[in-house]
Design a protein around this ligand. Structure first.
Ligand code: MTE
Length: 325
């Protein structure tokens, strides 16, 4: 039997409460450095800095999906990451994700759909039809960013597979390769990383497939070459480096739910009224923003559905979001 290490969230986030002034040191310092601080510390300080100019530019039209809040810096977006296939430290992905081979890339489509098969990425994504969307990104660990993604609506890709009437859910699967993903040596989660949505959620216009960020192709640590972005849900639903899509009649297993079902439900909608069993979700630290007091990071209240209630609340009409968390 494998001896499972507790999930990373369990290891690191149990001190995080909105009432507490205490902040986990590593996260605090990572955010400090991301904000331009200059202390040399493990993980983030050692991470290879992703230089924006090293990533190929993408042509994208501005979309109406944008918010007023200041963008989180490129540096923070590309050096403060969760990608457990590269380790559980926030700086591990930036340090190690260069090992990921992203070309060629294909996605296997299975299950309840008319057009299942193996598709090359270039055949699925029209790189002449990319749009930029500035979305809030709220991690279940109670921190947030504002990120300019580049990509296409998820629905525009899924409908090409002609899901049939039995397709009630869609599952997404991340690449799983020990050589390229050293963190998968550890059974922190059951690999491959999996996520899923109900079909009507997947077809909501907000659901997005990103192939870029900040007008450039995605750095590997952000989920190259293609990742999901579901801005009204906690960040862990936004699965990276997707190689599989499976349509099903029944609710598919998802990684964090399998790991700790009481803490991470299938839906995982951002909800300030339902606390995580070990910390509050009422507010969030804004990565990269400072209050002016040395080291103190700015916070904001967390909004229902991460502020996207007008677009998505109707998906959950009549559901008890405490039970279906
Ligand atoms: N996808 C995979 N395959 N592996 C992961 O560990 N982490 C998730 C999500 N997608 C994760 C993943 C979590 S917890 C978050 S908050 C976001 O990715 C982080 O995305 P970012 O690093 O681009 O900010």
């Amino acid at each position: 039997m494998l001896i499972r290490r507790p999930p990373g969230f369990a290891l690191k986030e149990n001190q995080v409460t909105s009432q507490s002034v205490y902040m986990h040191r590593r996260e605090f310092m990572a955010a400090f450095i991301a904000a331009g601080g200059a202390l040399a510390l493990p993980n983030v300080a050692q991470a290879k800095r992703a230089r924006q100019g090293d990533y190929a530019p993408l042509k994208a039209t501005k979309s109406s999906y944008a918010i007023e809040d200041p963008l989180t810096s490129w540096e923070a977006v590309t050096s403060y990451n969760n990608f457990y296939e590269y380790g559980t430290g926030k700086g591990d992905p930036a340090k190690k994700a260069h090992k990921l081979i992203t070309k060629p890339w294909s996605i296997t489509v299975e299950g309840e759909a008319g057009k299942i098969g193996i598709y090359a990425l270039e055949d699925l994504i029209d790189y002449n039809a990319l749009e930029e969307r500035i979305y809030r990104h709220r991690c279940v660990e109670a921190w947030s960013m504002v990120i300019p993604w580049v990509g296409v609506p998820l629905a525009s890709v899924l409908k090409r597979f002609e899901p049939n009437s039995r397709a009630k859910y869609v599952q997404f699967i991340t690449k799983n390769n020990r050589k390229e993903m050293p963190g998968t040596f550890w059974p922190v989660l059951k690999w491959p990383y999996r996520e899923g949505l109900r079909m009507d959620e997947a077809f909501n216009p907000l659901a997005f497939l990103a192939v870029g960020v900040y007008g450039r192709i995605l750095p590997n640590q952000n989920g190259a070459p293609i990742r999901l972005v579901v801005p009204w849900k906690y960040g862990y639903k936004s699965i990276k480096s997707i190689v599989g899509i499976r349509f099903s009649e029944t609710m598919p297993p998802t990684s964090w739910n399998m790991s700790a079902p009481r803490e991470y439900g299938f839906y995982s909608n951002v909800n300030p009224n339902v606390e995580h069993p070990r910390w509050s979700q009422a507010s969030e630290r804004i990565i990269g923003a400072q209050t002016g007091f040395a080291g103190a990071l700015a916070r904001r209240e967390t909004h229902m559905f991460n502020g996207y209630g007008d677009e998505v609340a109707s998906l959950y009409a009549g559901m008890d979001l405490r039970v279906n968390h």
